[in-house]
Design a protein around this ligand. Sequence first.
Ligand SMILES: [Zn+2]
Length: 78
Amino acid sequence: MDAVDEAQRYQDLAREEALQNALSRNQGEQLIVEGIVFCHTCHLPLSEARLQAMPTATHCVDCQNIEEKQQGKRHGGG
Ligand SMILES: [Zn+2]
C-alpha cells in the first residue's frame, strides 16, 4: 500500500491534463498552471532564476538551447 505514490500519480495526471489544456489554448504564450510557468516542450516547471532572467520565457534553458541549436543550423556559416 502506497497512498503517497497514488496521490502523486493522480497529481501528475491532473497536471498533465491541465498542461495539455493550457497548451492547446495558448500556443505562443507562457504555460501557466496553478501559478507555475511550465516549459512547452518538456512540461517541467521553469526555475525562478530562469524567469528572473527572462520573465516571458516559454521554454526551460535546456529546451531553449536545443531549439536555438536547431534554428542556428539554418543560418549556416559553420
Ligand atoms: Zn523544457
